[in-house]
Design a protein around this ligand. Structure first.
Ligand SMILES: O=C(O)[C@H](O)[C@@H](O)[C@H](O)[C@H](O)COP(=O)(O)O
Length: 238
């Protein structure tokens, strides 16, 4: 049942009694959306977030009996570290999603060795243009500060990351609160997705999400919700 809407129907609230039930339900919704895309255009483009929340969901999705050989997986964002780093989102995806049936998917990472983050972002931007945009599914996470993707409130050039008219796919991010330089999909690519889910867990994240509804300066997650042409499906468990 949807809670009172933030800024008029910008999200639907899907609450679950526990994190396992959320993982199964979200995996089912994503599998259906990917299958619909494959039926419609012969392929499906999926972008997932990293961090600590998604592992259970990604593992549940990996077992979905769909045509994974027609699915392309990429990342919503990535820390500027190699896949061998414990901080790597590519490493998280390899360990949790690209297993079981989903092993047949094509994975397009964001990190590669480069002189610097700006060079990496430019070459990613060029390389990812050949993917079958728009995204069919995007799974966002959210930090307690209201960031999503790598749209950190203290990011240099935050308006450029959040420009709904940007023609960029990938941009570099410098933000003191991010831990290390990041590579991120732009908001413009995210809100074009056919199915947009926000996956958050725990009371802190629920409070942070509710805080995004409060009047005052808009946190990045609120900018995404307001810019999305369709309601974002929020999946939450305590
Ligand atoms: O690279 C990342 O960290 C993510 O893409 C980021 O946007 C994440 O979704 C939030 O920071 C929540 O992270 P947790 O799931 O670890 O709380």
């Amino acid at each position: 049942m949807a809670r009172e809407q933030l800024n008029s129907a910008s999200y639907n609230w899907n609450a679950f009694p526990d994190r396992s039930q959320l993982a199964s339900a979200l995996a089912g919704r994503v599998a259906d959306a990917l299958t619909k895309a494959i039926t419609g255009r012969g392929t499906a483009l999926l972008a997932v977030s990293g961090g600590t929340t998604p592992a259970k969901f990604l593992a549940a999705l990996s077992a979905a009996p769909i045509a994974w050989d027609k699915v392309i997986v990429t990342l919503v964002d990535e820390r500027f570290v190699p896949a061998s780093s414990p901080r790597s989102n590519a490493g998280l995806v390899a360990a949790n999603l690209l297993q079981n049936a989903a092993k047949a998917a094509r994975f397009v990472p964001l990190y590669h060795e480069a002189v610097g983050i700006e060079d990496a972002a430019a070459s990613d931007d060029a390389a990812l243009r050949s993917l079958p945009w728009p995204l069919d599914v995007v799974i966002l996470g959210m930090g307690p500060d209201g960031h999503t993707a790598s749209f950190f409130p203290d990011a240099d050039d935050l308006p450029k990351l959040l420009d709904p008219a940007s023609d960029r796919i990938i941009l570099p991010v410098h933000a003191a609160s991010a831990g290390e330089p990041r590579l991120t999909l732009t908001l413009a690519r995210i809100i074009d997705a056919g199915f947009i889910a926000l996956h958050i867990e725990g009371e802190d994240k629920r409070t942070a999400f509710d805080g995004a509804a409060a009047p005052g300066p808009r946190k990045p997650i609120r900018v995404v919700l307001d810019a999305s042409p369709k309601p974002v499906e929020v999946f939450w468990a305590p």
